[in-house]
Design a protein around this ligand. Structure first.
Ligand SMILES: Cc1cc2nc3c(=O)[nH]c(=O)nc-3n(C[C@H](O)[C@H](O)[C@H](O)COP(=O)(O)OP(=O)(O)OC[C@H]3O[C@@H](n4cnc5c(N)ncnc54)[C@H](O)[C@@H]3O)c2cc1C
Length: 319
């Protein structure tokens, strides 16, 4: 069986939950294998974790001089692995970095990107993915016409897991130092808090323009913290400076698919829906009964979010 390659996602020496989901998706279309770029000190722990998550093979590379690989280098490495093996698909988490990597990789492989995938299957030997289209109003199934498909995967889309592999085969990869070596002019680290990441959270509480100010966003944060959720924001809230851009949900932000999505003071424009419509349960609080968000909400409260959200926070905290 061909291998289905997964780009392992790690943080602080541990696998991020999306990696197990990527491996479960990979198992549907091939023998799940993981490409792992990590510090040698973290390697054994991560290989064991990848095996437990279903990787039958782990292809390991250590970044030269301990510096993280730039996206171009990672694309070159993954392209080399893909070109020399029998590979049915490459699966990458759909994040800003993941999407950039996918594009570069598809060019190198002369194939195509199947973006924002939420399901994958083999049909007559062809890898076919499902993707929400037109803001989630339609689901489309599509494939590439040539080459190894590069799939960007929307986290929290499937719940199955791959069968664990007790002792995954380990293949060492060599990273060629690029010539000329790139110069890093500036490093920017996103602030990391105690909240789960947007794409991994099972509950996301988002605030929109209706929240009114950056200070008042605490009402959104308090509700999120009560349920261990992540905080999101609409683009209008981001553009108004209420919340940082990295938390924007939607077509030009992050796509999320949590178990529960709570929208506070968000009208439900199609560009916002594009990033949250696949959430399992949608709860909306809006003072306008005609707000489009209510068309897709499973539970809706017509009311002032500053009255409703604190009561919800209190009731949940009691439980
Ligand atoms: C190319 C393009 C890409 C875009 N990408 C994105 C994207 O990625 N994500 C995104 O979100 N948008 C995106 N947008 C913008 C999108 O079209 C909307 O403008 C935006 O989503 C509106 O945000 P909002 O719902 O917070 O604000 P508004 O549409 O202004 O809605 C605010 C809502 O809050 C309600 N409200 C006000 N006060 C209260 C209160 N006290 N209690 C309860 N409810 C209250 C109002 O009734 C209203 O429904 C994009 C637009 C374009 C053109």
């Amino acid at each position: 069986m061909p291998q289905a390659l997964v780009l392992a996602v790690t943080a602080d020496g541990a696998l991020r939950p999306v990696t197990a989901e990527l491996l479960a998706a990979a198992a549907r279309v091939g023998d799940p294998a993981a490409v792992l770029v990590c510090d040698p000190a973290e390697r054994d722990t991560l290989v064991t974790a990848l095996g437990a998550a279903g990787a039958t093979t782990v292809l390991v590379a250590a970044p030269p001089a301990g510096a993280p690989l730039l996206t171009g280098e990672l694309a070159a490495l993954t392209a080399a692995v893909t070109a020399t093996g029998d590979v049915s698909a490459v699966l990458i988490e759909s994040t800003f970095d993941g999407r950039e990597l996918a594009g570069r990789l598809a060019v190198r492989l002369d194939s195509g990107v199947l973006a924002e995938s939420t399901d994958v299957e083999l049909l007559d030997g062809q890898v076919v993915v499902t993707q929400p289209a037109f803001g989630g109003a339609y689901s489309v199934r599509w494939t590439t016409t040539r080459g190894v498909p590069v799939i960007t995967w929307r986290g929290n889309s499937i719940e199955d897991t791959a069968a664990p592999a007790d002792a995954p085969a380990v293949v060492e990869l060599t990273v060629e130092a690029p010539a000329p070596a790139p110069t890093v002019l500036e490093e920017h680290h996103e602030p990391v808090g105690d909240r789960p990441e947007l794409t991994a959270a099972s509950v996301v509480v988002s605030g929109g323009r209706g929240v009114g100010s950056a200070e008042k966003f605490t009402v959104v944060e308090q509700l999120a913290d009560t349920v261990g959720g992540a905080v999101g924001a609409s683009r209008a809230a981001v553009d108004a400076g209420f919340y940082p851009a990295q938390f924007q949900v939607g077509q030009t932000g992050t796509s999320v698919s949590p178990q529960v999505y709570i929208a506070l003071g968000i009208s439900g424009a199609i560009q916002h829906r594009a990033g949250m419509q696949t959430s399992k349960t949608i709860v909306a609080v809006n003072k306008d009964p005609d707000a489009p968000i209510f068309e897709i909400a499973d539970f809706g409260v017509v009311g002032d979010l500053f009255t409703v959200a604190p009561q919800l926070t209190e009731a949940l905290a009691e439980r």
